[in-house]
Design a protein around this ligand. Structure first.
Ligand code: UD1
Ligand code: UDP
Length: 402
């Protein structure tokens, strides 16, 4: 009689968007009665970045907490690697899930070095902006992962062009589609707009947290001045749930926040999503907000000089405006005056199901010893500029902080 072996999965999360995006994977695993363990690296720990999301999404309590906390890139990485290895030695999972591009994703490298298979969710996204720690994380994770789950045909092509073996790549769509679908009634029914006293399309929604934007005085000053200008031009409130790094920078750089800008602590997922869905325009440097606004058909202006979400620019839901006030204002003018009938590039809300279907199909392979001969081989030469042209704003000169 053949014994039915089950795969031992391990899910690693550590920051706000991990909790949000991995929720459908956990639910799908529960539905299939999978054997899984959750590890929290502890990179995000404040109530409004962490526990609030576990509560709102009814996310299961992690089995392990690595308490990595805040610090330099090297400190966060070093603590995570050392502590995560101990968990792997104890639990001996067959496959580790690593999500997207933040530091918790690098846990996959520890697993890979121990011969444990790694699934990278949201593989293939590229900004080619090497200032960002996330771009380094993306490239590292994609080159060592065994199963690469890509959201779109463009992200799949990025991997193929980098020589990743095609049999390791699976195009499954976006987890955030599942999340927004699963929580749509809770999003629609919460009372955040009443509490803030705002009406549909009568406010801007803003987030900014990237160190390359808010950790330096000039770009942060430009962001605040642009928001003030938007308030004056459109007479609409600027709702700005603010990241603690940004709040600290405003204080230490002694920058003025004008009256039309409403700063508040970061919001819960349900409240923030409702505000996104009803905003006049989202102005952001977030990755996920570019996707959410595209899905909600709300115009988006990205205050960065690059994006890894080039599909949003290609379908017309987003402009990468840079950090110069003139270009931010102009990008908002273009976006709020255009039709919002763009095509959603992220497929149907079935990403978690498709992902788990693939893994189930590869169960035997996951339970077998790792093969070593499918590392990336660069098959064709490719030009970075052809990728950058997918999202580059022709109005915006390179590297401008104005
Ligand atoms: C991290 C991710 C980024 C992601 C973002 C999501 C990396 C390299 N960056 O950036 O990709 O977009 O999360 O929100 O992994 N802090 C608190 N409370 C917390 C956590 C942080 O007050 O719970 C403060 C600390 O002062 C800390 C700073 O925020 O130094 C930055 O936190 P960190 O996790 O290092 O980076 P994020 O900007 O949040
Ligand atoms: N978000 C939230 N509350 C906020 C701001 C953002 O719940 O105050 C959610 C938002 O809906 C999105 C995710 O957090 O799903 C985006 O996270 P963030 O911008 O921090 O990270 P990124 O996507 O840039 O990695």
């Amino acid at each position: 009689m053949e014994v039915e072996l089950s795969v031992k999965y391990m899910i690693v999360l550590g920051i706000r968007p991990d909790i949000i995006n991995l929720h459908p994977i956990v639910k799908e695993m529960e539905r299939r009665n999978c054997n899984y363990t959750i590890v929290h690296t502890g990179q995000h720990y404040s109530y409004f970045f962490d526990k609030l999301f576990f509560e709102q999404l009814n996310f299961p309590k992690p089995d392990y907490h690595l308490k990595v906390g805040s610090g330099t890139q090297a400190q966060q990485l070093a603590s995570m690697v050392e502590r995560f290895e101990k968990v792997l030695v104890k639990e001996k999972p067959d496959l580790v899930f690593s999500f997207s591009d933040a530091n918790p994703a690098l846990s996959g490298i520890v697993a890979s070095k121990m011969g444990i298979k790694v699934a990278h969710l949201e593989a293939g996204m590229r900004s080619y902006d090497w200032r960002m720690p996330e771009e380094k994380n993306r490239r590292l994770m994609d080159s060592i992962s065994d199963y690469l789950f890509t959201p779109t045909s463009g992200t799949k092509q990025n991997l193929l062009d980098e020589g990743i073996a095609p049999h390791k790549i699976f195009q499954v769509g976006k987890l955030i589609m599942d999340v927004l679908h699963n929580f749509r009634s809770q999003i629609d029914n919460n009372d955040i707009m009443d509490r803030l006293g705002v009406e549909k399309k009568e406010y801007f929604l803003v987030t900014a947290h990237r160190p390359e934007n808010v950790g330096i005085r000039a770009p942060l000053r430009n962001i605040l001045e642009s928001l003030d200008e938007l308030y004056k031009i459109y007479g609409k409130k600027v709702i700005f749930p603010i990241h603690p790094r940004t709040r600290a920078s405003i204080k230490s750089f002694r920058l003025r926040v004008s009256d039309g800008i409403e700063l508040m602590d970061p919001l819960g997922f349900l409240e923030f999503s409702k505000l996104e869905k009803n905003a006049f325009c989202c102005v952001t440097d977030s990755g996920t907000v570019q996707e959410d606004s595209c899905i909600f058909r709300v115009p988006c202006v990205t205050m960065r000089i690059s994006t890894e979400r080039s599909e949003t620019v290609q379908v017309g839901s987003n402009i990468v405006a840079g950090l110069n006030k003139k270009y931010i204002i102009e990008a908002v003018r273009i976006m709020v005056n255009k039709r919002t009938n763009w095509k959603n590039p992220y497929g149907k809300p079935e990403c978690a199901k498709k992902t788990m279907d693939v893994l189930e199909k590869h169960k035997k392979e996951i339970l077998s010893p790792k093969t070593w001969w499918d590392s990336p081989k660069i098959k064709k030469s490719y030009s970075i500029s052809s990728y950058v042209n997918k999202w580059k704003n022709p109005l915006m000169p390179d590297n401008t902080f104005g």
